[in-house]
Design a protein around this ligand. Structure first.
Ligand code: ZN
Length: 74
């Protein structure tokens, strides 16, 4: 996942930019972009998320795994 964005654009993460209050665990397509092909979650540095949103993503991914929407490992 290579992103060509300037430093100025990186000051806001993808979820803050969209103004989303929470990360939906049912939004599997978005969460899948934050996972490796082995099902591991990307680091904050890699995903570009801010601390708060990374935490929301973490909860969403764990919820989605419990609901069998995402794999624990593949
Ligand atoms: Zn954010």
């Amino acid at each position: 996942m290579v992103r060509n964005v300037s430093v100025r654009e990186q000051t806001q993460c993808r979820f803050c930019r969209r103004g989303e209050k929470y990360v939906d665990y049912k939004n599997v397509e978005t969460l899948q972009k934050l996972l490796t092909n082995r099902g591991k979650m990307y680091s904050r540095k890699r995903s570009g998320n801010c601390a708060g949103c990374q935490r929301k993503v973490k909860r969403a991914i764990k919820r989605a795994r419990f609901m069998a929407l995402l794999p624990y490992c593949s």
